[in-house]
Design a protein. Sequence first.
Lengths: 258, 336
Amino acid sequence: MVLSRGCTGKTVTGPYILNDDMTDIQERSISLSGQKTGPVGDEAPIISMIGTRAMLFEAPGDFTMAHQRRIWALIEAAESRSDVQELVPGVTNLMLVFTTPPKDPEQIAAWLHHAWDTLPERHIEGRLFEVGVQYGGELGEDLHRVAEHAGLTPEEVISIHHGNEYTVCAIGSAPGFGYLHGLDPRIATPRKSVPSLHMLAGTVTIGGMQAGISALTGPNGWNSIGFTEITLFDPMKEPPALFAIGDRIRFYPESIVL
Amino acid sequence: MITILETAPLNTVQDCGRPGYRNLGVGCSGVMDMLALQAGNILLENQPDDACIELQTFPFLLRFDASVSFAVTGIDADMDLDGQTLLPWSAVTAAAGQTLRIGPPRTGARGYLCVAGGVDVPVILGSRSTQLRGGFGGLSGRFLEAGDTLGIRPGGAVCAGYAVLPPSVALKNGNDAETSGVMTLRFIPATDYQLFTEQSRVLFQNCEWKITPQSNRVGYRLSGDKLQLTKPVELRSYGIVPGIVQVPPAGEPIVQMADANTAGGYPRIATVIEADLWRLAQARIGSRIRFQECSYEEGVDAMRPVEDWLENMRLMVSRYRNSSIRRESGKSGGKK
């Protein structure tokens, strides 16, 4: 059930789309495949119900830090709501899980719209993590694949990878796994069609436009380019996740095996 | 204490789950069939969130090392306590040393062994549920094995001699067409519903989907037909909850269940309503399901019979127990 309002604010069409119309959805599928992002208010966010107890807010436009910071601002605002049980930030989106099904989802959608339109970006002064990486070798066996895809040497891939600072946008998918922003597009590499079946936790990876450090040992379709010893999640620690949103990560080479 | 004498893998300690940590990538876990746990805990006068053993493989054999009351819910199966046949969905008290055997289910897929007081394992991040992916919670974050012992929290009630009707009977609705053998699940269209072709949207409701062997506590993979988008979309990772139905590029839907990851990236066609998730939890591999659309309001209202059933059960159990306590005290010549 989609609750989002179009730019004109006009209501209704069809049984599921309460106040949106097909045009917005079509526009959205275009914008998702990487169109330019206009300034605030150019496109409307999409708000939809996931069942009766979860609502998903999806920002329009590209995956930029500016958008992610506005998602963070939305988190802060939504934390003050008494009907919210859980807030689950994603990549330029936010899921609200309610304690009970909301009586008037449209009213909450309107509240989200207003918050999105009016709140300034929330800058989080995160901690800086310097992460030593053993690049290449058996635990980074896809380094050559990435280099080949990028048309670069493995050395260049490594130097580009640790040349950038990354920001933790959201934690999710596996306990402690951070969605990182900041990958240089030159080394962006599609996920593998055949996943590695036993990728170790701590593997330094590239999956499409995203960089990562795998949090769990298991099957993984991302490209491994190295390995780090850090532990991303310990349920006995407080907080259990090593990273938090807004934290920054700098990789540096501990060793390189080509 | 309980000692596990015989078990295959896949059986774990679970409670109502671990909400509140999805923002750290920790899925909710918890029992697949929430009604079965709620019923078991009501039968035993437990707290709603007390932990149980969720059984997915049978037979399961255990020994009660001390006297304790228990109930097996969720399934109908052959079960006996030291050879004495037991009814499912009933409160029974075992003596120390007695052995409980639970055979394969006649109906349902997942059995719940609830004990008075609840299974005692450490509370980690607010729950006793096993988080298999993260390897914590429950008993050392893993499946139960023969030889394992589990503590029982002290102070449990002593209960015996009464039972409840299973929800498959008590909550039967027009959708449960027994003869066709196809379970109907109600859904609310999700975010990307309109991005599917009209034909696929019709097909989603008309197809009898089969639950494939690649189905488990994480999710059910269905087979039957291919659903198509009007054009491909690339989605960014978004939060997911149990019940969400995603469609990977191959076109066959996946329903996320209790051990769902916290984030996903496939297009979302629907969400099975919360009131029907227990039905799906009890659907076996190889069985067929059908999706039927409902409105948001219908989805919300569908929880009312469930809540009424549980409330009524609470009332009946407490009345029965009060009257039997009065009878007991009458027999022994008044108050102690």
